[in-house]
Design a protein around this ligand. Structure first.
Ligand code: NAD
Length: 356
C-alpha cells in the first residue's frame, strides 16, 4: 500500500461569475475594514471596481498600482511603507501572479490577512512559495502561512486577459501539473489534480484563442489553473521549473513565456525515464497521438507560441551560462542531468525548434 504525505491548507476559495461581489462579506468575516488594493499599472482600473463594492464600515485604505513582476524587494518595501502610512488592515491583491506575489510578500512582513483575486492562470494564490528579487537575483522560500486566506476566482475578470497572456500563463499552470506527476513526492492527490488540470487547460486554451469571451472555456481554464496551482503547492518541482528559474533569474526572461517555451523540451528530456507519466499525459493532451511531446508541440502551435528563447532576447552565448548555472545547484530529477544533452535541449528552445 502506498504511503505519502500531503499538506492541506485552510484556505477559503470562492469561484464563479461575479464572485468579486462577495469581497465585502469576505472582508467582514476576517474583521477587516481598511484594505490596501494591490495591482499592476495596466489594471489600475481594478481599484475603482473594488472601491465601488465597498460600503458602510469598509472602505479602501489606499491602492498600490506599481506591482512589478518577480517581487523586487524595493517595490515591496515601498508598498509596505505606504500600507503603514494609510493604516491598512489587510491586503487585496487583484491581477496576475505579480500582484499575488506582492500580497504574499506583504503578508510575510506584517501578518495582515491577504485576499487574492487572480485574473491570470499563474496559480501563485494556491502555493506557499514566496519570491523576492534583490540585485537581479530571485530567491524563493516556502512559508505555509503565506498561502492567502481567501481566494476569489471571478471568471468575468479573466475575459479581458489578452489571448497571448492567456496562452502563456495557462502553460505556466500546466507546467506545475506536469512536474507534479513525476515529482519525487508525487502522491495520488496532486496527481488527480494534475490530470484534471492538464486536461481542462489543454482543451480550454485553444477555445479561448478562438473566442476570448467564451465564458465556459474561461471558467474551465480558471478551474484548471486552480488545480495546477494546488500541484505546485503539494509536490516538488524538477528540471522544468529549475531551468525556467535559471533563465528568468540570469537573463531576466519573462516568466510565463519562458515556461511556455521550455515545457515540451523539459518533458522530452525526461520522457525516457517516465513512461507511465508519458502515457497518462498522452491520454489527456488532445492530438498527442500516443506521444505527449507531440501533443504539447501541437498545443503550443495552436496557442500561437511560435517564438523562441532567442526571440525573448536571450543571447546564444547565454546557453552555456544557463547550463553551468543549472548544474551548480543539484536537484532531484527522474533522469540524470547530462550537461551536453541539456545544452542541446536549450539550443533547440533558443532556435525555436520543436521539442523532440
Ligand atoms: P503578471 O501578474 O505579471 O501579469 C501579466 C500582465 O497581465 C500584467 O501586465 C497584468 O496587468 C496583465 N493582466 C493580468 N490580468 C489581466 C486581465 N484579466 N486582463 C488584462 N490584463 C491582465 O503575470 P503572471 O504570469 O500572472 O505572473 C507571473 C509572476 O507570478 C512571476 O513573478 C512569477 O514568479 C509569479 N508566480 C509565482 C508563483 C508562486 O507559487 N509563488 C507561481 C506562478 C507564478
Amino acid at each position: 500500500m502506498a504511503s505519502y504525505e500531503y499538506n492541506e491548507s485552510n484556505q477559503r476559495v470562492l469561484f464563479g461569475e461575479d464572485s468579486l461581489s462577495k469581497l465585502p462579506s469576505e472582508l467582514s468575516k476576517l474583521g477587516c475594514t481598511k484594505p490596501l488594493i494591490l495591482t499592476t499599472p495596466s489594471k489600475a482600473s481594478y481599484v475603482d471596481d473594488v472601491a465601488k463594492l465597498l460600503t458602510g464600515q469598509i472602505h479602501v485604505a489606499g491602492s498600490f498600482t506599481r506591482v512589478t513582476m518577480h517581487t523586487p524587494k524595493e517595490v515591496t518595501e515601498e508598498a509596505l511603507e505606504y500600507s503603514t502610512s494609510v493604516d491598512a488592515d489587510c491586503f487585496v491583491s487583484i491581477g496576475g501572479g505579480s500582484a499575488v506575489g506582492l500580497g504574499k510578500a506583504l503578508f510575510v512582513r506584517t501578518g495582515l490577512p491577504h485576499i487574492c483575486i487572480p485574473t491570470t492562470y499563474a496559480g501563485s494564490e494556491m502555493t506557499p512559495i514566496v519570491g523576492q528579487t534583490e540585485n537581479r537575483v530571485k530567491v524563493t522560500h516556502v512559508d505555509r502561512k503565506a498561502i492567502p486566506a481567501v481566494v476569489i476566482y471571478d471568471v468575468k475578470l479573466t475575459l479581458t486577459l489578452p489571448t497571448n497572456i492567456s496562452a502563456t500563463s495557462g502553460l505556466n499552470a500546466m507546467a506545475h501539473a506536469v512536474e507534479a506527476l513525476y515529482a519525487s513526492d508525487a502522491n495520488p492527490i496532486t496527481s488527480t489534480f494534475a490530470i484534471k488540470g492538464i486536461q481542462t487547460l489543454s482543451t480550454s486554451l485553444p477555445k479561448i484563442m478562438q473566442n476570448p469571451k467564451d465564458i465556459a472555456a474561461r471558467s474551465d481554464a480558471l478551474l484548471g489553473a486552480w488545480l495546477c496551482g494546488k500541484c505546485l503547492a503539494g509536490a516538488s518541482v524538477s528540471l522544468h521549473h529549475k531551468l525556467c528559474h535559471v533563465l528568468g533569474g540570469t537573463f531576466n526572461l519573462p516568466h510565463a513565456e519562458t515556461h511556455a517555451i521550455i515545457l515540451p523540451h523539459a518533458l522530452a528530456y525526461l520522457a525516457p525515464n517516465i513512461p507511465e507519466v508519458m502515457k497518462v499525459l498522452a491520454e489527456n493532451i488532445p492530438d498527442s497521438d500516443g506521444n505527449a511531446v507531440n501533443g504539447l508541440n501541437k498545443l503550443l502551435s495552436k496557442l500561437g507560441i511560435t517564438y523562441s528563447l532567442k526571440d525573448l532576447g536571450m543571447k546564444e552565448k547565454g546557453i552555456d551560462l544557463a547550463v553551468e548555472t543549472l548544474l551548480q545547484k543539484p536537484f532531484w530529477s527522474p533522469r540524470t542531468i547530462e550537461k551536453d544533452t541539456i545544452r542541446e535541449l536549450l539550443k533547440r528552445a533558443w532556435d525555436g525548434k520543436p521539442a523532440q
